[in-house]
Design a protein around this ligand. Structure first.
Ligand SMILES: O=C(O)c1cc(=O)[nH]c(=O)n1[C@@H]1O[C@H](COP(=O)(O)O)[C@@H](O)[C@H]1O
Length: 239
């Protein structure tokens, strides 16, 4: 079975959040992502509100700092009862291992399951050109993503965030026993916005993504529930 289609609730405050989620029927099993905009605006209480309503929560704060700072931050996240959280793989092996340790310590202390640690490889907004000319990376995008995913796996992450376009290479070179969570998802004929490495839900399923992350195509739709179900169906029923 495919993993979830995670709805990215990129809004500024709880009013904006509840305007969207109250449209969904109660009992709808959903994983939602809280990112820096809502978390910085409303604080950890917003995570608790969503957990209390029965949502699974992906808390995406993309930590990157020295290992001890990340470990202590992840201890706090580990206590909350979220299902997934993120670091930047570019923080390096020691930082990723420290993040994992912090999550384990925090979740154990609180008696909740340990969140899955996902390492962001190259953001889906980054083009091949920016990789070469701004990051001065010698590798092509796919090789760079594979290299960061190998580092993340070796350091104890449960998976990576990457675009669907790299997933088939990742599965071959990094293995099937790792999560490949992919944003940059756009329905056919939908604007890319600031994303550059994009695919449709069907293409992502064909490439082998483990889970999708979708924001604007759902939350900015006139009918977010219909947009969610349409994309979910495409994701679940692609071959
Ligand atoms: O970590 C992420 O979730 C993430 C990584 C990445 O490389 N690209 C990316 O778009 N995201 C997040 O995925 C969501 C995508 O939103 P939309 O472009 O509106 O579908 C946003 O919340 C981004 O912060």
């Amino acid at each position: 079975m495919r993993g979830p289609l995670i709805v990215s609730l990129d809004v500024a405050n709880r009013e904006g959040l509840f305007k969207i989620i109250n449209k969904f029927p109660t009992g709808e099993e959903m994983t939602v992502k809280i990112g820096m905009e809502l978390f910085y605006g409303e604080g950890p209480e917003i995570v608790r509100s969503l957990l209390n309503k029965g949502f699974k929560v992906f808390l995406d704060l993309k930590l990157q700092d020295i290992p001890n700072t990340v470990k202590m931050g992840m201890m706090q996240i580990g206590r909350m009862g979220v299902t997934y959280t993120t670091v930047h793989a570019l923080g390096g092996s020691e930082m990723i291992a420290a993040a994992k340790e912090g999550l384990e310590l925090g979740s154990e202390e609180a008696g909740v399951p340990t969140p899955k640690l996902l390492a962001v490889t190259e953001l889906t907004s980054i083009t091949e050109d920016a990789l070469k000319n701004e990051q001065n990376c010698r590798l092509d995008m796919v090789d760079q993503v594979v290299s960061l995913a190998k580092l993340a796996k070796k350091s104890g992450a449960d998976g990576v965030i990457t675009s669907p376009l790299e997933v088939s290479s990742l599965k071959k070179q990094v293995g099937d026993d790792f999560l490949y969570v992919t944003p940059g998802i756009r329905p056919a004929n939908f604007p890319k916005d600031d994303q550059s490495r994009t695919a449709t839900p069907k293409q992502a399923a064909e490439y082998g993504s483990s889970a999708l992350v979708v924001g604007r195509p759902i939350i900015r739709s006139n009918d977010p529930v219909a947009a969610y179900h349409k994309m979910l169906e495409e994701w679940n029923y692609a071959n």
